[in-house]
Unconditional design. Sequence first.
Length: 202
Amino acid sequence: MSENAPVTGRPRVNSTILGLNAVVLIASVVLNVLLAYRVQRQDSAIVAKRAENMLNVGVSVPPIPAKHWGDDRQEVISFSNTNRPTVLYIFTPPCSWCKRNNDNFNALVTQKSGQYRFIGLSLSKDGLGEYLATHHLTIPIFADLSKETIAAYKFGGTPQTLVISPAGMVVKNWKGAYTGGQESEVESFFQVKLPGLRADSQ
């Protein structure tokens, strides 16, 4: 074969492979950008949905008609009859996170009962007596909340902690157990040190 004879096929194959690689790379970049945008939109939607399901700070809330646990005495929990802010702790007996968060909440009550009025609200009466006997909540407990109250306060997932001013305005609203960043927020707001979550749900 002459040295000057053209070599056919190889450069064209290399160019084709390079072109395909470039197309795949561009498609991958575009796909990653689109996925990142979709994840960001989903995260924003989740945050917005959570915000819809929570009372905002500064919102005024009505008094709460409920039955005092133990004697079924009907009462109205008012916020204006005390000069202390009220801490509402919302829980349900079957809730494993409520059980794990119990030591944290009891520590909060022990350290701050002189500055805040603490009230427990159970969204269910099933197993409530056993729950209270096991977890030693030393605060007034109420149940039998009306549908209107549950809707007005947007009660749902438990545990939840609301701080209400004597003027009946939401000061703080935490949904969930005191863990991670929320634990730090609770400790900072109340100026306390919490023991942390229980390792199990017993």
